[in-house]
Design a protein around this ligand. Structure first.
Ligand SMILES: [Zn+2]
Ligand SMILES: [Zn+2]
Length: 194
């Protein structure tokens, strides 16, 4: 597989922000986050995420979209070095290059531990990134093109519900066989950030 071949493609609702990944997700098992922040930002009971290697996710603006799927004019990596320097560790530049080059791509810090990325034009929630794990970027399943997801053998599946302790009382979580975590499990590594 060429390193520039799109695997998962996606966009915000208005397509001002588009992306593709050059690798499959780290796992086909996805997390559904019920934390209050995800709920408020989405207006929905939870936000579903799949985790990717940060360096494999390329964002671009609508202006270059005609070049999809094989040769986007000016795709660029998300700006996070796969091996961040120590000087960058305290103040990493999450998606800095993407935020600079894609006018509609905006960053929001809901906590001191994580950045979220959304479209400033239509408001779609696109991605989430933890300071403690810069090599991993979560992309929201709802912004992915389903045709690209279907090409992943076995498809992407929900694996776990996380932050269930903040689940909306008005939402009855059906027993879908997925694991349920009160928080996010690895909270010692990723702090309480969300
Ligand atoms: Zn948009
Ligand atoms: Zn959340």
């Amino acid at each position: 597989m060429s390193s520039n071949t799109p695997v998962i493609t996606g966009s915000c609702r208005c397509r001002s922000v588009q992306y593709y990944t050059t690798t499959p997700p780290r796992s086909k098992a996805c997390n559904f986050c019920h934390c209050q922040t995800c709920r408020r930002l989405s207006g929905a009971p939870f936000l579903p995420f799949a985790d990717f290697d940060t360096a494999s996710v390329l964002f671009f603006s609508a202006a270059s979209s005609k070049a999809l799927p094989n040769s986007p004019k000016s795709p660029f990596k998300t700006g996070i070095a796969s091996t961040p320097s120590t000087s960058a560790a305290s103040e990493p530049a999450p998606l800095q290059e993407a935020v600079e080059k894609v006018p509609a791509l905006k960053e929001y810090r809901a906590s001191p531990h994580a950045s979220r990325f959304f479209c400033g034009d239509c408001g779609s929630q696109l991605a989430m990134w933890y300071d403690a794990e810069p090599g991993m970027l979560g992309l929201t399943l709802g912004t992915m093109d389903e045709e690209s997801m279907e090409k992943i053998e076995g498809g992407l599946k929900g694996k776990g519900h996380i932050w269930v302790k903040e689940k909306a009382g008005w939402f009855d979580l059906p027993d879908d066989g997925s694991t349920r975590l009160e928080t996010m499990g690895n909270s010692d590594r990723l702090l309480e950030g969300k």
